[in-house]
Unconditional design. Sequence first.
Lengths: 528, 408
Amino acid sequence: MPKLTINGTEIEVPAGTNLIEAARTVGVEVPHYCYHPGLSIAGQCRLCMVDIEKTPRPTIACNTQAADGMAVWTETDRIKETRRSIMEFHLINHPLDCPVCDQAGECWLQIYYMKHGLYDPRMTDEKVHKPKAVPLGPHVMLDAERCILCSRCVRFCDEITGTGELGIFHRGDESEIGLFPGTELANPYSANVVDICPVGALTDRDFRFAVRVWYLDTAKSVCPGCARGCNIEVHVNRRRPHHNDGRRVARLKPRFNADVNRWWICDAGRYGFGSVDDTTRLVQPVRRDAGAVADASWDEAVAAVAAALGRHAPDAIGVLASPAMANEDLFALRRVLELQGVRRVAFRVPPATPGDQDDFLIRADKHPNARGAELLGLGGDAGAILAAARARQVTCLWIFGHDLFASGLPGADVRAALAAVETVIWVGPNGNATSERAHWVLPAAAWVEREGTYTNFEGRVQRFRQAVEPLGQALPEWEILGRVLEALGGGPRPPRAERWFRELAAAVPAFAGLSYQSVGDAGQMVAR
Amino acid sequence: MTTEAILTRNFGRADAHTLAAYLETGGYTAWPKAQAMEPAAITDEVKRSNLRGLGGAGFPTGTKWGFIPKTHTGPVYLVINADEGEPGTFKDRYLLERDPHALIEGMLIAARAIRSATAFVYIRGEYVEPWRRFVGAVREAYDAGYLGRGFDIVVHRGAGAYICGEETGLISSLEGKKGWPKVKPPFPAIKGAFGMPTIVNNVETICHVPHILNRGAAWFASLGTKTQGGTRIYSVSGRVKRPGIYEASVAITLRQLVYDLAGGVTGNGRLKAVVPGGSSAPILRADEIDVTLDVDGLRNAGTMAGSAGVIVMDETVSIPEALMVVARFYAHESCGQCTPCRESTGWIYKMSHRIVDGHGTKDDLDKILDVARRGAGTTICAFYDGAVGPYISYIEKFRAEFEALIPT
């Protein structure tokens, strides 16, 4: 392992580490645009210049590997002056339209100009004009004038997705990013180019002009879109509710996790948050009696569920848990079922069409926590439970989230089962055709409105945090189930998700030794 | 001062490009000698000859050949840079048209020295006749059995970009990519065309190699200076009585070339300036032309030998207009890959154009100088440093002429 000094501080880094990464390990930031740790070295932006002793000229840090005995200086007068020059070159043809640019507030031209530029502008000639507001695909909009031609987006499409839609066309200061003829930027990961674009050249068509980024709050989370569990940040707009058509979730961004998704997420996951703020959200417990629908209080709803669980024989109760529920919810459910001796439980409902899968991130299982449900022993046969309902062996169905009519189960069977049973209890964040046939509908908080953990298909337990308050009276499933447990005399309920997880870790061997603290931001594998 | 014609010895023959004419004048006699030599011995001979690259950089050829890693076991490529595009340079086209077999024989020898079985010849797209002649010669060489027995030549035509004459831009283009220079390290000798060790040599450089083997390194070295052997072909253009190509020792002076070989200055007959090595070479004033034209002689004079494209300007030539033309060229040909070059070549062209148009400001000259100096040395390839040569030298040496155009 080479030993070198960065600004006088001695460090040892693995062989092959470049000087940007080496400097990072001692808290020194070398400014750069084209370098991205997930992509090949381009060496184009020329901003990451550093001085290396015994080297006559400033050297780009991105393409220089740390070597034994190297003495690197990042803040010499010469380097500061070089950075100022490079910043000027980056900006002479830039439109400087920050006030109307969506990237403003998270733009590396702004940040580095303030940190490393601050020269007096002296470009008085006509700037080069290029195409603006060019849709590259369903999700990405190009403003070629703002582009600094760092080629990150081109390299992403060449190296990560292998789809190669983008190129740099023309030469000199007329160079511009563009699509190869006959293509469109519509690969399943296309919007990652927006994240890695350091400037306002590539913007997100869904997020554009929705809300200024400085009004956003963020929470670390996990994508619930499939079994991969990509790490994300949820960006929410709480401070300007009149913006963004009142939608609270403004956008999802990938969050680096070396073992799960690195820097990337798929487009399906990125834009999969619409249900959080849409009109199907349930905000109030509801009872439905012979067609008459009435609002109910939580106390009434919990009492009714407890009563139903007491009234029906344990073997006459069928439970369809959901692989979209968190580990904490599923454990709370397991406690209730154990208390009542209910054994007919399943969580897998066959999908109407098989999910797509690739060899990168996307998994066929479109639920975040099937592995957790499995480890908690909630596996069973949903079809058999519905068959038992049709045969009137099951007289109470308790369904979490599923829309059985949108599943791979025959619609007639579902309709017959729901019609045959005496009591249908339905719990979930968004109403659907199945909830409309339930006698009790209990509103659950959406995943961004609460805390919890999912276990991904590899067995990695990952935390997601609360970004916004639950809508209306919605509650996390663990809380709903905790109240039911108490009503059934199952003892005091844990007051927080973290306490539920503690109980889960104590009770389920696969989770032994895990805690919210140890799971942290990067997740932790279950025991094998 | 008059030197024996070596590269151009057959240029007077109408059939010089044919195999028959080449054989008649002693062609393909160096190749059997090389076959009897160890590869390292060939490289040593070329090192001793003091042959330096004649495409522009002037790097010692034998030393370059020695950079191929000794432990490498896969393919090694020889690439001939025939993308002659430096403004003011037109020597390689004559070699391709009139002595193509000399290039092929030189390639056979060079390939043996670096253990290459495949060579690429990258010919400037606009060079249709040179390409036709060279392809014809390659066909003859295959038919005669010089090629195809362990060594093959692939001829590739460029598509008209100056930057593809930069050796790694050329390699990118050859690989089927946009002609962008590559970030170094790795250098081509380590990882070049298609990821393999590659030596890129200029046409003229390789054309010398058979003569070096035939007549010895000492003979070749004796033709030039202490640090550079041989002759080279000067392309002389502009305000001279006899523009054209002249083969002469690298040790002659610029004055000898302009007055004795090219017949002196036309226009008003009074010399103003000379660009000695293609448009990228800093300009010399009339009083600075008593310099030898070898690589080190011109470097010591603050300019460069480059491709030996000599552009002569008499007193009627406007230096600001000349700068504008040169700046337009570099703005048009910048590949756009790295920021300083992409952005400032266009900017400097706009400023130079504005000055010539009579809309310059008194700050413009210092602004051009400052922008040029700030960008110099910060880019992936030598293109921008080449552009900086004229930007700075034209203004520094002829400042009054620029100032006269700026409204007060």
